[in-house]
Design a protein around this ligand. Structure first.
Ligand code: ADP
Ligand code: MG
Length: 328
């Protein structure tokens, strides 16, 4: 039996989403095939073995549970055949954790260092998407030292302002005028020093799940986000019960094929491993597809799109976990 370490948490805004994804993996991992341990990383980058009731993960208060500090992290990691990092966000998804694992020859689920780093940085991803001839949303980058004033002149409202490195819509706002833009920049700066300002796209939001199974690359049909809010902000994603996701079954076949082709192209050319969720905008009126982003550790919570999309490919949650671990 393979010995697996399921790793969650981390020092980032998506910490609590990671706790929920982790609980779901524990609930579904095939214990006939794998033995496992669970470890959490706290906001100070301390690592702990977690061995307690899963409600602590559900509620995010796992530091109050039965935990044991791991002093020698590398020695600990080496005990396992495979590490499954479900560590969404900076540090855990952006190549830093992946670099540590690669450095010590530890097998793990998901993209390697470079694909993770590019996938996390929204500017770098756009550069690659553009190079692959995949249409992107027009954008401006605001670096730490850039003068806001000169950039303000270039902006045509409304725009979306986002931290270049982030996730779960944290620090993302729509700005309709200069005042809102300045406020949004300030908010995004709390998450990252580099900021992306994009044209606000009024379009349908479609997501595709890509899974590697041996030499085969499985690409799901697109699922659709039906956001309760004007855009899929944190509240709409995780708190507002009026948001929902569904399969986008009404799309013209050529649009479905085009989206899937783009998703596969990104996965292959970015040299992704394991899995990724690739997100698009579909402007129905102009029949235009734009790529938004790639997620190299997609959400695995009960409401997350990736496992749902895989189910439509006849891959159960349990099989999905098995494929990911065996593919590491
Ligand atoms: N250019 C845009 N126009 C309109 N809405 C956008 C745009 N970019 C992002 N959004 C909205 O914000 C959400 C989060 O943005 P995204 O770039 O996916 O960041 P995250 O990594 O936090 O998910 C998207 O799901 C979408 O609803
Ligand atoms: Mg997103």
């Amino acid at each position: 039996m393979k010995k697996v370490l399921i790793l969650f948490g981390g020092n980032c805004t998506e910490h609590y989403v990671s706790c929920k994804s982790c609980k779901e993996i524990i609930d579904n991992i095939d214990t006939k095939l794998f033995t496992y341990e669970v470890a959490g990383i706290d906001f100070d980058n301390n690592w702990y073995k977690f061995n307690d009731d899963l409600s602590y993960l559900e509620n995010g208060n796992w530091k109050e549970a039965n935990i044991y500090k791991i002093d020698n992290i590398v020695e600990y990691l080496k005990k396992f055949d495979v590490v499954f990092p479900i560590t969404h966000g900076t540090y855990g998804e952006d190549g830093r954790l992946q670099g540590l694992l690669e450095l010590f020859n530890i097998k793990f689920v998901g993209c390697k260092t470079l694909a993770s780093a590019i996938g996390m940085d929204k500017e770098m991803s756009k550069i690659i998407f553009k190079d692959l001839d995949i249409p992107i949303v027009p954008y401006i980058v605001l670096n730490e030292k850039d003068k806001i004033k000169s950039i303000l002149k270039e902006v045509e409202y409304p725009v979306i302002v986002k931290p270049a490195n982030g996730g779960s819509s944290i620090g993302i706002n729509k700005a309709n005028n200069k005042k809102e833009l300045e406020k949004s920049i300030k908010e995004a700066r709390c998450c990252d020093r580099k900021i992306i300002i994009e044209d606000f796209i009024k379009a349908r939001e479609l997501e595709v799940a890509v899974l590697q199974k041996g030499n085969e690359i499985i690409c799901s049909n697109p699922g659709e986000i039906k956001s309760a809010n004007e855009f899929y902000d944190y509240n709409a994603k995780y708190e507002n019960a009026d948001s929902y996701t569904k399969m986008a079954t009404d799309l013209p076949v050529y649009i479905v094929n085009q989206i899937k082709e783009y998703a596969k192209k990104v996965f292959i050319n970015l040299n992704c491993s394991g899995y990724a969720r690739i997100d698009f905008f579909y402007d129905e009126k102009n029949e235009k597809i734009l790529i938004n982003e790639i997620n190299t550790i997609p959400g695995f919570t009960p409401i997350s799109m990736f496992p749902k999309l895989m189910k439509t490919e006849n891959i159960s949650y349990q099989d999905l976990i098995t494929i990911l671990i065996n593919n590491a």
